[in-house]
Write a new protein. Structure first.
Length: 248
């Protein structure tokens, strides 16, 4: 699972304490979509974090609902990245009823009705549903938001997948979430060592002393080679895209 934690997408702090009063083992996961007019899918994945930020800002400014944070537990972009919202073991604010928020996590696909449903989005939704079952004590049910209240959410295309049970199997539970900061030449420490160890697993060459936690010229060369092999910008910087490919 290509997980982006809150610091990775630049989340604002909640306005208060998020409730842990949930019993998702009695339900499971409710799938949502953004549902606006026109297409939402950005031309570049770099813009996806800004969409998540805009949703959080909108929710925090929604005085009618009184949200203290982004309402969803997780959000998934069309490139398959899973963004941490309220996260595990936190009560959703998005499901529309007290019972819905009590028994179901809320996961939002970053698409409108007009958007295509990419294979990467499907996999990301599978991954987060599996993650919520295995790490968040969610039950086996995966339903649409419209199964909880009168709404068209999560739209025609995603609803078909919900009905077919697409999101109930085939998830990857390995998180290795992007730490929210660039790892580059001059960096030191455990994150560099983790990157170096993964580079070695991917067949990249490092100095004879291997993963030493120091991002020097040899590590820079290995990162650039890896990026070139995966059609990424060869800048030698381990950002979210390179991290996602490295730990896929």
């Amino acid at each position: 699972m290509k997980l982006v934690n809150r610091s990775g997408w630049g989340a604002l702090k909640p306005k208060g304490s998020l409730s842990t009063n949930i019993t998702p083992n009695g339900g499971g996961v409710a799938i949502h979509y953004v549902g606006g007019k026109g297409k939402l899918t950005p031309s570049s994945h770099k813009k996806c974090a800004n969409i998540v930020k805009s949703i959080q800002t909108s929710h925090l400014n929604n005085k009618a609902e009184g949200y203290i944070d982004i309402a969803y537990n997780f959000l998934v972009c069309t490139h398959g990245y899973v963004y941490e919202g309220r996260g595990l073991h936190r009560r959703s604010g998005a499901n529309g009823t007290t019972a819905g928020n009590q028994f179901y996590y809320a996961v939002c696909a970053l698409v409108n009705e007009a958007d295509d449903i990419s294979p990467e989005l499907i996999q990301g939704l599978k991954d987060v549903c599996h993650y919520l079952r295995t790490k968040g004590k969610a039950g086996n049910k995966v339903i649409g938001h419209k199964n909880l209240i009168s709404t068209s959410c999560p739209g025609t295309k995603l609803s078909k997948h919900v009905s077919k049970g697409t999101f109930k199997k085939g998830g990857n539970n390995s998180t290795n979430s992007y730490p929210g900061k660039y790892i580059q030449k001059g960096s030191r420490g455990s994150l560099v060592k983790k990157v170096q160890s993964q580079l070695l697993k991917k067949g990249m060459r490092l100095p004879r002393w291997g993963a030493d936690g120091v991002f020097g010229d040899e590590t820079l060369k290995a990162v650039k080679t890896f990026q070139g092999n995966h059609n990424l910008v060869k800048d030698g910087i381990v950002g979210p895209k390179t991290w996602g490919k490295l730990f896929k």
